[in-house]
Write a new protein. Structure first.
Length: 620
């Protein structure tokens, strides 16, 4: 298999028919082909805990296919058909993998973030047309069962519990155990094989943790396409051993670093029930790399930062690359990681709506700071103009000109389960071209490399002037004391929005907010983009996979602004502000001590007249 290094390599591959390059039609077919070639190779090595003395549990490719067949037979027996979903509430365990791929054979898979509120999970179950839930059973490391019980009480769906260890005494009485039920099924699939690349394989939720359910549909063709082509960039083959600590409800765990490895017969190391949250595993990370013969690391930038701080207490010369994505990769972090550990770092751009991948930085080419790599073969990636909050699909930006990245190709989802949610994300033109509007701001250079500088929805509009928060964050990340930075908007009566920065400091470094702003401000790319204020936090809010969760910081910025505006507005009364995210947007709940008074309400509303934030006034 020839690796991709340049745009010319991509174009050479495109001279062949797509079916010759991506022959598999379904995820099951893709995994089965690898199993035929490498039946005795390890597909997974599961680490039960972070203790180096505990041997891994091995699952070969032959065993994987047999378990997928058993899972599909089980789901079929439970009434799951092609248009029904199997919901999965579990971490990245071998059994979760059996459920994921077995569900795609019998019907559809719907992996769900188990950290969501029960009510939101139930809404996702209804939207996905789930017939059954496969959930992680009680265990000492990560007990999700109380959430599962609340979900089942609300929806009434049948549930199968995954036994996380070998102790059956932890099983919930009366709830079937997934492993036991699999053992009752034959190891060959006994029903019609639907080898149709256009059939929906899965629905993955996206769009945060609030609001109405938003499920991106994946066809088998979407998932097979990205997973087949990714190894040509990664340099992966059957000898690859990769640590995959990502959850399977995220496309990174399922496809970017998951099915892509299975497609070539490589091995995934699955680290404990809680993955990268297991402190003992993280402490012994490099020792596990040596013991298991790891060749590739899968991470997000925050994990790279964590690994950088670990003492290298093992032989890690076998590790050939660290791939990262999910959030912007600071160039300084990548350079420091490469310099200290001698492990090349490469970047990825992906989306849930594109089966996990848009661009990949090839391991066989030099890392280019700021680049997320080259587009996948047989796809189009364009940068188009963005004006007044609208994407102009017919107006391409010039070389190096910043605009919104849009994508078309075999990996692009047909849309959301509720087509009413497609507006602003998917657009099908009269000529039939189906475009995915990424929302990412960036540009493309003459070599075809894509650069992402921020999010269109994150753009801060000061007056009529657009400010790219990614470029402001770069200036802060270049400061020797700054570990992480997120720049968001706060409301302003005159400018509409102003930038504010939230930062965390590197261990052992001291800095104060005013001094930091004074030092970094002159380095920001333009004066209007200099933040109004800097807030130093111990930690930044994170998503389940380690991305900075900016919506939480925006709420905090609004809260700080309103408290500042209302300071002293009602002498003798205490006024507090609590900003909440609701389905229709942010709402400021303003609590005032004392009895209700029309005059007090009027003074507060007068102060906030020019600030575009809904508010509720409560007297206590």
């Amino acid at each position: 298999m020839k690796l991709i290094s340049t745009l010319a390599d991509i174009e050479a591959l495109e001279s062949k028919p797509l079916k010759a390059v991506v022959p598999a039609r379904t995820t099951y077919e893709l995994i089965s082909r690898a199993a035929q070639l490498f039946p005795a190779r390890d597909a997974f090595r599961y680490l039960p805990d972070g203790d180096m003395a505990t041997p891994p549990r091995r699952v070969t490719y032959a065993q994987l296919v047999a378990q997928i067949n058993q899972a599909a037979n089980l789901f079929h027996a439970m009434g799951v058909g092609p248009d029904d979903a199997v919901a999965i509430l579990a971490t990245n365990l071998p059994e979760t993998q059996f459920a994921l791929w077995g569900a795609q054979l019998a019907g559809r898979a719907c992996p769900i973030n188990y950290l969501l509120q029960p009510g939101h999970i139930v809404a996702l179950l209804k939207a996905s047309k789930a017939k059954v839930i496969v959930a992680l059973g009680p265990n000492d490391e990560l007990n999700l069962w109380p959430v599962v019980e609340q979900v089942v009480a609300l929806c009434g769906l049948p549930v199968l519990q995954i036994r996380a260890g070998s102790d059956p005494s932890r099983d919930v009485p009366g709830i079937p155990v997934f492993q036991d039920q699999l053992s009752l099924q034959v190891s060959s699939y006994g029903h019609e094989m639907l080898y149709n690349s256009e059939r929906v394989a899965a629905c993955f939720h996206t769009g945060g943790t609030t609001g109405a359910p938003k499920l991106a549909l994946h066809t088998h063709g979407n998932e097979v396409f990205t997973s087949t082509l990714a190894p040509r960039f990664y340099g992966f083959d059957e000898n690859t051993v990769e640590i995959n600590g990502f959850p399977l409800f995220h496309v990174a765990g399922a496809f970017v670093y998951g099915l892509s490895v299975l497609s070539v017969g490589g091995t995934q190391i699955l680290p404990t029930v809680s993955g990268m949250r297991n402190a003992a595993f993280v402490k012994n990370y490099w020792k596990f790399c040596e013991r298991e013969g790891v060749t590739a690391l899968a991470a997000v930038p925050t994990v790279l930062s964590t690994l950088l701080g670990l003492p290298v207490d093992a032989d890690i010369t076998g590790v050939k690359v660290a791939y990262t994505g999910g959030s912007p990769l600071p160039s300084g972090l990548a350079a420091q990681f490469e310099r200290k550990l001698n492990i090349p770092v490469r970047n990825i751009l992906g989306m849930t709506e594109s089966a996990g991948l848009v661009c990949i930085e090839p391991v066989s080419a030099p890392r280019v700071p700021g680049s997320v790599g080259l587009r996948l073969p047989f796809t189009q990636v364009r940068v188009v103009r963005w004006q007044s909050g609208e994407v102009r699909l017919s107006e391409d930006c010039g070389d190096g000109e910043t605009g919104v990245v849009v994508i078309r190709g075999p990996h692009v989802s047909p849309g959301y389960s509720d087509s009413a949610r497609d507006a602003g994300m998917f657009e099908t033109l009269p000529n039939g071209n189906h475009w995915l509007i990424s929302g990412d701001l960036g540009h493309i250079d003459a070599q075809g490399r894509v650069f992402i500088t921020g999010r269109a929805k994150d753009v801060i509009i000061r007056g009529s002037h657009n400010i790219d928060p990614g470029l402001v964050e770069e200036a802060f990340l270049a400061h020797p004391a700054v570990l992480m930075c997120a720049v968001v908007s706060e409301p302003d009566a005159y400018a509409g929005e102003l930038p504010v920065a939230f930062v965390t400091l590197k261990p052992g470094h001291l800095a104060d907010a005013a001094g930091l702003l004074a030092e970094v401000g002159p380095q920001v790319y333009e004066r209007p983009a200099v933040p109004k204020r800097v807030t130093i936090l111990e930690v930044l809010p994170m998503t389940a996979i380690g991305k900075i969760f900016k919506p939480a910081l925006r709420l905090r910025a609004i809260e700080t602004k309103l408290a500042e505006v209302l300071d002293g507005v009602l002498p003798g009364r205490d006024v507090t502000v609590n900003v909440q995210e609701r389905t229709h947007g942010a709402v400021a709940v303003i609590r005032v001590s004392g009895d209700a008074a029309t005059e007090a309400s009027a003074r507060i509303r007068e102060k906030l007249t020019a600030i575009a934030v809904d508010c509720e006034i409560q007297f206590e």
